[in-house]
Design a protein around this ligand. Structure first.
Ligand code: UN1
Length: 498
């Protein structure tokens, strides 16, 4: 399918994709596919005001009914899965299966949120005073700003939006300037769900704002946007996080990763190879969970490296829409330059680079062959996240040493160990093991399910999205003490007789 047909199939009209100031290019062939209209920065106060107005109404709708809207959204996403998946492929360059997988992730979180809408549980707490009852209730928070990145243009939005909506919070979404079309298509899908839901839903529950840093700034700086979720680079998070905190807003940060796999002597190597290749070269190494560091026991290092070289040689690189392709394009020319520069630095630090050059793909796109880099130690380049398919390979002797290497980077998103030894596996998951938000055994670091909380520590930002109790980030907690006695005892036995 050509680009224009894909856009039309997804319901975008010519008026929407022409005549604007933001040029959207497909990484598949570098072609400009749309010129879309940006949100003027001076319109942002109105956008936020509309979200506040929607909030006043939405917070009065019972949570299970709010869940019904998200159920309809999940249904509409199921109906539009192919069309939206194709736009993810067109705009982010993901292979078809991963484009569809991203939409499936949206559907999954909608299902999760529907159930959650009947389970926004608070606590009953034992009071120390007679005739008193204590409880905890969760209330809607207010408009939630969601800033997303190009590499997962829609799933992280849905992790935030599906939860925010059942929690009673309207959403203002600023997609990456590189992938705004997926947001426009999603808005359309959402509008269909909203129309089916009927009159109880306010019109501005989801607003998409298009543009650059000034649009994001307006959300970051507004006290009327109490929750601000941002996915992107650590550099971006270091600017956004403190600004939100300075106005006592609540930031939810999902930033860089530098994810490692430890491969122990007992590992099932064939399984490890499959996990390594998927997580290191899948999405052309442009997931925040991509595998970037391999920490292999010296006794199997050579054997594993050989197996990987063979597996890498068999990869099909090229047009992500073609069946059989495993590695699509990088997002743009800057990404190619960053990859080349990282490989050069790694070489200067004593690394031996295999692969990493240009690959044959569609004319105009940035296609590279994934690189394996044997490193003598964990250098500065290895400690830096480069959004490209580069896998650094290092050796280790003891598990302690491996865990130390795994943790000795500024980021703390995802990690894993391949081992059949229960002592090693449990140590890796224990308090003295991985310091990451995600720690897996015999599974690669990427491709997490939505049921768990997603996010990580250190420069990854500390935020949690998606499953488990991440919903609490979108609500405010209220502790209530009710006195049903005829006395007025004070806590801690304080006497204050008047
Ligand atoms: C991201 O790269 O920003 O765990 C998100 C994964 C996906 C999400 C990645 N479920 O790889």
């Amino acid at each position: 399918m050509n680009h224009h047909d894909a856009l039309t199939a997804a319901g975008l009209t010519d008026a929407e994709i022409t005549g604007g100031t933001l040029s959207v290019r497909s990484p598949i062939d570098g072609a400009e596919v749309a010129k879309i209209h940006e949100t003027p920065a001076d319109k942002m106060p109105e956008v936020i005001e509309r979200a506040q107005k929607a909030f006043k109404q939405w917070r009065t709708v019972p949570a299970p009914q709010r869940g019904e809207l998200v159920r309809l959204l999940g249904e509409e996403l199921r109906n539009a899965k192919e069309e939206l998946g194709a736009i993810v492929t067109l705009e982010a360059g993901k292979i078809t299966s991963e484009g569809l997988g991203e939409v499936q992730e949206m559907i999954d979180i909608c299902d999760f949120a529907v159930g959650l809408s009947r389970q926004l549980y608070g606590l009953t707490i034992a009071s120390e005073r007679p005739g008193h009852r204590m409880s905890e209730t969760w209330h809607p928070m207010g408009p939630c700003g969601v800033i997303t990145a190009f590499n997962f243009p829609v799933a992280p939005w849905s992790w935030n939006a599906a939860l925010a909506l059942v929690c009673g919070d309207p959403v203002i979404w600023k997609p990456s300037e590189k992938t705004p079309l997926t947001a426009l298509v999603t808005q359309r899908i959402f509008d269909r769900a909203l129309a089916r839901f009927g009159a109880d839903a306010p019109a501005d529950l989801l607003q998409v704002v298009i543009g650059g840093a000034d649009i994001g700034e307006a959300l970051v700086n507004s006290r009327d946007v109490p929750v601000l979720s941002a996915t992107g680079s650590t550099r971006m998070g270091a600017i956004v996080g403190p600004k939100v905190q300075a106005r006592f807003g609540r930031p939810i940060m999902e930033l860089g990763g530098n994810n490692a796999m430890i491969v122990a002597p007992s590992a099932d190597l064939d399984m490890a190879v499959r996990a390594i290749v998927f997580s290191a070269v899948g999405t052309a190494g442009q997931r925040c969970t991509s595998l970037r560091r391999l920490i292999v026991h010296h006794s199997i290092r050579e054997e594993l490296t050989e197996k990987l070289k063979q597996a890498y040689a068999s990869l099909t690189i090229g047009d992500p829409r073609t069946e059989g392709t495993l590695v699509g394009p990088l997002i743009d020319e800057t990404a190619r330059k960053e990859m080349a520069s990282a490989l050069k630095s790694a070489e200067a630090e004593g690394g031996t680079v295999h692969g990493g050059g240009d690959a044959k793909g569609v004319e105009g796109g940035v296609y590279v062959s994934p690189a394996l880099v044997e490193m003598p130690r964990q250098t500065e380049t290895v400690q830096t996240e480069t959004f490209a398919p580069i896998l650094y390979v290092m050796g280790y002797d003891t598990l302690e040493e491996a865990i130390e290497l795994q943790n000795d980077v500024p980021q703390g998103l995802s990690s894993c160990i391949f081992t059949l030894n229960v002592r090693e596996a449990e140590t890796f998951l224990s308090a003295v093991g991985s310091d990451c938000g995600i720690a897996n055994v015999n599974i690669g670091p990427s491709g997490a399910e939505i049921g768990g909380a997603f996010g990580g520590e250190k420069e990854t930002g500390g935020g949690r999205e998606s499953g488990s109790d991440a919903w609490k980030g979108y609500m405010r907690r209220q502790t209530s003490t009710v006195n049903y006695s005829s006395e007025l005892p004070l806590a801690q036995g304080v006497k204050f007789d008047i």
